[in-house]
Design a protein around this ligand. Sequence first.
Ligand code: TRP
Length: 452
Amino acid sequence: MDSRSTFSSRMGLVLATAGSAVGLGNLWRFSYVTGENGGAAFVVIYIICVILLGIPCMVGEFIIGRSQGANAVRAYAKLPKANNWWGLVGALGVLTSIVILGFYCVVAGWCLHYLGCALADNIPATSAESAAYFKNLNENTWYPVIWGIVFLLLTHVIVRFGVKNGIERVSKYLMPVLLFLLFVLMVAACSLPGAWRGVKFLFQPDWDCVNVNTFIEALGQAFFSLSLGMTCLCTYASYFDKGTNLVLTANQIAILDTMVAILAGLIIFPAAFAVGVQPDSGPGLVFVTLPGVFHTAFSEMPTMGFVISVMFYALIVLAALTSTISMHEVGTAFFTEETKLSRPAAAWIMTIITVIITIPCALSQGLVPQFSVLGMDLLSFLDTMSGNYFMPIGALLSCAVLGWIVPSDYVRREFVGSQPRLAVLFLPLIILLRFVCPIFIIVVMLSKLGLL
Ligand code: TRP
C-alpha cells in the first residue's frame, strides 16, 4: 500500500522533514516575532528552547510514529499500555493540522499573489502604498480566497501522489532551490549600504528587552517552526525505516531550520534597516513593510530590484508549500488508513474539509469582517487557538505518554533502534520528556492564560 511506503533515501527523508519545518514560520513569523521581541536576545533564547525542548519533543514524536508505522490516531492508541483514549491525542493532531493548514493557506495565498505582482513588476513601491495595497487586496477583492484555494490545490496534487512519488520527490527538488535562493538573497541584502544595522539587530543582544513573555514567544515559535505538537512529524516518522538514527535526524532538522530562520533574518532586517523601516511592524512585515523595500533599496538598479523581489516571494512560496504538504499528509494518512478509501479520495476529503476553513479565514481579512470570534478575525483566532492551546497540549500529552505511560524498556528499544551508540542518550531524553518539557510547557501555558 503506497501510504505505508517508506522514504526511499536518507537524503529524501531529511529534505522532506526539513521541508515540513522550514516554512512561513521561518520567513514570516520568525522575523516579526524577533522584531517585536528585541532581536538578538530573543534569538539566543529561541536557540536554547530548540535545543532543550524542541529536539527532545521531536525525537519523542519520531519514536511514536516510527514504532507504530501508522497514522497519528492509530499510532497513539496502539502504543503499549496506552488505550484508545490516547488515540484522541492523535485526533487532536489531525484536527490541529486541518485548522493550521486552513489559515496557513491564506497567508501562503497572499505570498502567491505577491509573487504574481513581483513577476508583473507592479509591487507597490513605498510602505504607505503597500499598506493601502494590502488593505485593498483584502477588503475589496476575492484574490485572497482564490489564491488560498489555489495553494491548497497545489498541495493536494503533490500529496495525492504519495510519500515517495509526491512528497519526497518534490522536496528533493524544492529544498535545494530554496536554500540557493536564500543564500543569494542574503548576500544581496547584506551588501546594501546601511545593512550592518540589521545584522547588529540580529546578533547583538539587548538583554533589557527580555521578560517572561520573551520565553513564551520563543517556545511557541520553536514549536511552530519545528512542526511540533500536532503529530505532523509523528506521521512523517511512520515512513522512516528502522535503521534511521532519530537523534541525528532531529539534530539535522533543528540545525537546518534554525539556519534558515537566521538566514531569513539576514535578508529581512538588513533590507529593512537599509531603507529605514522599523523591524517591529508585526505580522504585516512581509506584506506591508517589505514589498517596497527591495525596490527602494535597489532603486539605482531596477532590474536587480525586480529580480530580488521575484526571488524573495518565490522563496516564501516554496517554503510554504513544503510545509503545507506535511500538514495535508497528517489528515490524508488518517483518512486513507481509517476508511476504505483510496489515497486520492482520502486526499480529497482532507482538501475539502480544509477549504471550509480557508474560505472564511480569507474572507475574515476584510471582505466579511463579521467572521470574527472574541474580537479577533477568524485567521488570528485560529492562529492563537492552535498556537496557544492545541499545539502545547498536543506536545504535552506526547511527552506524557512516552515519559509516563509507555514502558520505558519499549521507549528505549525504539529510541536506540539499530544504533547501539544512542543508548547513552536515553537517560537525558527520558528526563527531558518526563520532567523538563512538561513543566516548561505547563508554565508557559499558565502564564499565557494569565494564571501565573
Ligand atoms: N513548521 C512550519 C513552518 O515553520 C509550519 C508547520 C508545518 C507546522 N507543519 C506543522 C506547524 C505542524 C505546527 C505543526 O512554517
